[in-house]
Write a new protein. Structure first.
Length: 231
């Protein structure tokens, strides 16, 4: 199963009022394992960056002035996303901006049926608790000490760890079979499993007695209209 965990940075809160997406960061997971195949891009919003937004993510007009327009990189993003489910925190916000950009450059909107919202999951698991990305990382012991400002790829990396925790955690037992095989190949045997030291117990009888067979036959005869009689 392929999933994309992503985050965006923007010029504000409302694409309907002219706010634009300026950064997107995406992490690819297959079967709940990060593949290392990521996507990250900055975009020139073609409008001034409000001071309040710059204080959040640190992306200035000067920094974004030479970045590509979203329309010029839309196909690369769509190719990376493919048909995977898209995971975001407060996902409706990110989907609104992503689809607003798609509309502006004449691309088809991304279906919200692909949306997985970690905020909605967290509300069910932790009702009444603080549910910001920072608060949930603290709850699950996810290191965010390097998060000085918001950043789409950095936040997507943190969200990937959080998403795994919210949906059951990593299954550390999957390596047991491989570990056992490795031990066998290396010839290492723990002392308590050494055949010379083990106490062998005689096998228990596993065949039915005549009395048990007769009792079973009588039981079957009492069953009315059994399915096996029709076959």
């Amino acid at each position: 199963m392929r999933e994309i965990i992503f985050d965006t940075e923007t010029t504000g809160f409302d694409p309907q009022s002219g706010d634009r997406m300026v950064e997107i960061g995406c992490i690819e997971m297959i079967d709940r394992v990060e593949t290392g195949n990521n996507f990250h891009c900055y975009y020139n919003p073609q409008r001034p960056m409000p001071k309040s937004a710059e204080e959040v993510h640190g992306l200035s007009d000067v920094f974004l002035s030479d970045k590509m327009l979203f329309a010029d990189g839309a196909d690369d993003l769509l190719e990376f996303l493919g048909d995977a489910n898209l995971v975001a925190h407060n996902a409706q916000f990110d989907f609104n901006f992503l689809n607003a950009e798609m509309r502006l450059c004449g691309r088809k909107e991304i279906s919200q049926f692909r949306m997985i919202d970690t905020l909605a999951i967290a509300k069910v698991k932790h009702p009444g608790a603080k549910l910001s990305l920072d608060a949930l990382c603290s709850r699950y012991g996810i290191d965010r000490s390097h998060r000085v400002k918001h950043g789409a790829l950095l936040d997507a990396e943190l969200l990937t760890q959080l998403y795994i925790e919210l949906t059951g955690g990593r299954q550390i037992g999957l390596g047991l079979a491989e570990d056992k095989s490795a031990s066998a190949d290396s010839g290492s045997v723990s002392p308590d499993r050494n055949s010379e030291n083990r106490e062998f117990i005689p096998p228990r009888p596993h065949h039915a007695t005549e009395e048990e067979l007769a009792s079973h036959s009588a039981f079957l005869e009492d069953i009315k209209d059994p399915l096996w009689a029709k076959m």
